[in-house]
Write a protein that binds this ligand. Structure first.
Ligand code: SAM
Length: 280
């Protein structure tokens, strides 16, 4: 029996269900249930919330979320080998866990969830980044989620919370900080996972703001920052040439020098530029 529930320890679950980690699915499992409960606590008060978990694997974080009192957990897992292990968790937690076998990039979870909804995940970083960008850029705001608690490679986590002028500052920082409060809440060494990845990891907690910090159209802002940071060493008048006609005039109207580089421009500046571009 484990420290948090009546289910077997995760090592036993992995052995019983022969869940040898697959690199192609980015499988680095968390085996310490005290740690998964700690991550679940960082997601905020879960009682009265539905939680969307992406990539539950053998169920370590899932059990943490349930043990911390989530009203319901909807877990989407691509690896069919994990489904029987997760069914045991569902049985032990009185139907509060629903598991969907599928690719999180393709499944629409919203039909299964009732607000308030929090999101928690320990995902391969490429899938995590893609989902984070989607969750941050819907046309309508506020979004379906009140918070996101996500594990990333440390370097990606640092990009989410980066400030202007730093090397890590870019598209992720702007999209995250425009519509959310974002902070790193836990740092984890490679040894926290089995098998250990090559790099350190960090959990980022994002809380959705009621309103974006500055007005801007999400698709225009996304396009502008993608182009600006794609060629981050170029002056903006060059990197943004293809984004809109008369780009120098628009940069000036937004209060940005056309000779500046992307990493010198604040979030407020990029939002002003997106509004200038949207005008035509
Ligand atoms: N949450 C578990 C934990 O913390 O131990 C597993 C984490 S492991 C880093 C990532 C999990 O995401 C794996 O179980 C993997 O099979 C799953 N996964 C990978 N790509 C996925 C996708 N596109 N959709 C859903 N699950 C995915």
């Amino acid at each position: 029996m484990s420290a948090i529930d009546n289910l077997p320890p995760l090592r036993e679950v992995i052995a019983t269900h022969e869940l040898n980690a697959r690199k192609s699915l980015g499988q680095n499992f968390l085996l310490d249930l005290n740690l998964t409960s700690k991550i679940a606590r960082q997601a905020g008060d879960l009682t009265g919330c539905d939680v969307l978990e992406i990539g539950p694997g053998p169920g370590g974080l899932t059990r943490g979320l349930l043990a911390e009192g989530a009203r319901r957990v909807l877990a989407i897992e691509k690896d069919s080998r994990c489904i029987p292990a997760l069914a045991e968790v569902a049985a032990a937690y009185d139907g509060r866990l629903q598991v969907i076998e599928g690719d999180a990039l393709e499944v629409n979870p919203l039909v299964y969830l009732t607000p308030p909804i929090r999101v928690a995940a320990n995902l391969p970083y490429n899938v995590g980044t893609e989902l984070l960008v989607r969750w941050l850029t819907p046309q309508q705001w506020p979004p379906f989620w009140t918070s996101l608690t996500l594990m990333f490679q440390k370097e990606v986590a640092e990009r989410i919370v980066a400030t202007p002028g730093s090397k890590a500052y870019g598209r992720l920082a702007i999209l995250a900080q425009w519509r959310a409060d974002a902070r790193i809440v836990i740092n984890l060494p490679p040894e926290a996972f089995s098998p250990p990845p090559k790099v350190s990891s960090a959990v980022v907690h994002l809380t959705a703001l009621e309103e974006p910090r500055y007005p801007a159209d999400p698709s225009v802002l996304s396009r502008v920052v993608a182009a600006a940071f794609n060629q981050r060493r170029k002056m903006l008048r060059a990197s943004l040439k293809g984004v809109a006609p008369d780009i120098e005039d628009r940069l000036l109207a937004a209060g940005i020098k056309p000779t500046e580089r992307a990493e010198q421009v604040s979030l407020e500046g990029f939002c002003a530029l997106a509004r200038e571009i949207k005008k035509t």
